[in-house]
Structure formats: structure tokens, C-alpha cells
Ligand binder design. Sequence first.
Ligand code: APR
Ligand code: PHB
Length: 392
Amino acid sequence: MRTQVAIIGAGPAGLLLAHLLHRSGIDSVVIEQRSREHVAGRVRAGVLEQVTVDLLARLGLDARLRREGLVHTGTNISCDDDSFRIDFADLTGGATVVVYGQSEVMADLTAAADARGLDLRHECAEVALHDLDTDHPRVTFLRDGRAERVDCDFVAGCDGYHGISRASIPDRVLQTFEKVYPFGWLGILAEVPPCDHELIYASHERGFALASMRSPTRSRYYVQCALDDRVEDWSDDRFWDELCLRLGAGAGARVIRGPSFEKSIAPLRSFVAEPMRWGRLFLAGDAAHIVPPTGAKGLNLAASDVVMLGEALAEHYAERSTAGIDAYSARALARVWKAERFSWWFTGLTHRFPQTSGFDRRMQAAELAYIRGSRAAQAMLAENYVGLPLTN
Ligand code: APR
Ligand code: PHB
């Protein structure tokens, strides 16, 4: 069969792009290797920037988000037993974020894709990209044991960090930049009310902790852990004790404990691939970049990539111009690198590094004290946290 854009991967990047293209009257086919249930069930971060909320609104996908999403006008930073608030709305002229789980975003995107008749193909094996550096690229794969072939004008590589799209760019063209952090995040979900109405990022002598939430009755908590820790090493009791200690006396005392129904360890990584375009292949989302979760930029960066890619492709089809698609990689990377910087900086500010010297520790404490007392420093944190404008 033939389509205009073949989209590899049905994660947030792939589905958002399919909806955006549909709105511009551009046909696409989404080719995903896993099942619908697997893709829907992945637990990820849950803070949406204004750019992401605006995109969902533009796509007519924000009805449930408006009802159930929790608007946060600020966040808290705690350091041992002391804490202060970053007031986003005041520091940025009114910007806020919305706490709404990525699994909810995925459920909304998938339901609307079915209602709008988008072509999503799950459980595709041996997905391969061909002739990307010609005018007639194609994608081949096996579905239900049968060989399928999609001829297209463009391929959008939205297949995450482990996908095949980035790997299809020749080594002589692709440059990658990476930083692996010497710790992980142990995260749990529990059906208990959150300890605060906003998030708390805690920098503690024993390591980082984060108090987040999914709803007024469901909490999402994390503690920094060693890379070789296993989930079995962390009983619920051990987790709650460590979390309460790291959140400090005030918030720690407000934590309501309960059985965890999800518990997993994720490594932390910063990664960028350049360029984000090769021939008729465009990368978007985790296929091109990874951020550590401090600041929750992963899903938001995927959203800003596809907004830019959607605009570029719409311009191409409407005006037969290549200006937008030629500019896509540089435009996307400019914003990506700023989000990389912010999540790297916020991680460095709040985590304990195994090799940290007394001097490094004092530097972290001095920087936290500086932020606490400086409106300019708080404004830097706030404007990055709520998301930089797309034009930056
Ligand atoms: N062929 C087809 N699909 C593939 C292939 C392949 N070879 N390899 C991976 N995929 C699929 C994965 O199964 C997954 O569903 O691509 C999808 C990529 O989705 P994500 O990893 O979620 O990446 P992305 O859509 O860029 O998401 C960006 O959301 O999930 C978070 O951590 C992610 O925060 C980041 C943001
Ligand atoms: C989450 O709720 O899962 C979350 C929130 C903020 C982060 C990371 C994760 O910075």
C-alpha cells in the first residue's frame, strides 16, 4: 500500500504526529512492534508543559485532561529539613503545568485514533526501512506472519531509544552525545493521597527523592537508588522509611503509606543524536534524545518535536516547499539541547553522586541556598520547568 508518511512507533511521539498530520489532511500509517496493551500499560512521568497541553487542545484531545488534570502553579524544593517553593505563575507571568499521567495521554490518543479512523498497525515484526536517501522510501514488516510493504513520501522515526530508525542513519552522518548517571530511580505507585498538593523535589544527604502524584487519591513517589539495586531489595516498608527521611520532617510526616501496586527501577541517561533528519527520514522523541526524568521533559520534548515536524510536513504538502523540512533538525535540536541542559542541571543539583567530595556537596548546598534567595535564579528554574517557547 501507499501513504504519505509512514510513522514508526505508536508511543506518544508517533500517535501525536499521526493526529497532527490527520488534522492537516496528510495520510499516515503507524507501524508499531508491540501490542496495544503493552504500549498502553507503560508507566512513565506525568507533568505536561503548556506546549503539550496546547497541542492536545488543538487536536481536540483535552476533554478528560481539562476534567481530571491537576493544574500546578508551582513546585517545592526541599533540602534536608528545609524547603521553599518555586511559584511558576508569579515568576513566568502566569505559566503553569498540568499533572496528568502519560498512560492517560496514551489512552486518550489511542481512543481518538480509532474514532478518527487513523491507521495503527500493532504487533509488526522485523520492521525495516529502505531507500531513505531516495524520493521513494518504503517500510517492510511482518504482521500476522504475512509480509507487508508501505511505500511513502517520508518516514517519521518515532520508535524510541531502542528503535531501528536512528540505527538506519549511516555512522558517517550520525553523531551521538551521551552521559550515563551513576544511579537510578526507584519509583512506586500507591493508592494513597499525595503528601502535598504540589510536587516536592528533595535533595537529601542520603540521596534524591520526589513526591509526585497521579490524582488526589493516587501517589507517585521516587527515591534515588544504586544502579545495582534490585526491586526485590526494596520492600514497601524500606521504601516508605527512606522516602519519609529524604522528604524531611515536614513533608515526611504527611506521607500516607499503603501497598505499592507498581515498583520499578529506571537508569538515568542524557543522550542526543544529531542530525534529526537523514534524507526522507525524520527522528522525533526518544528515538533522537533521552533526558533524565528530573524535570519530566521526556514526553514534552516528544510533543515539541512533533509540533515542529508536523508544521514542516504540512508546509511541504501545502506549498511544495522544502524550507520547513530542511530546517526541522536544527530547529528541534535547539530546543532539545536546552531541555537537556535543564534536566542535567536539575539532576546535578539534587542528587548524590558516588564520588562527591565535601567540596562538591557544599557547592550543591550553596546553589540551593542561592536559588532560595534569588528571584532571578528561581525565574530560570521556573521558565525551564514550565517549558521554553517553541521559537527558542
Ligand atoms: N518497529 C516499530 N516500533 C518500534 C520499534 C520497531 N523496530 N522499536 C520500538 N518501537 C516502538 C516501541 O514499542 C514504542 O511503542 O516505538 C515506540 C516508542 O515509544 P516511546 O519509547 O514511548 O518513545 P516516544 O514516543 O518518543 O516517547 C517520548 O514518552 O514514553 C515516553 O520515555 C518516553 O518520555 C518519553 C516520551
Ligand atoms: C512523575 O510524576 O512520574 C514525575 C514527575 C516529575 C518528574 C518526574 C516524574 O520530574
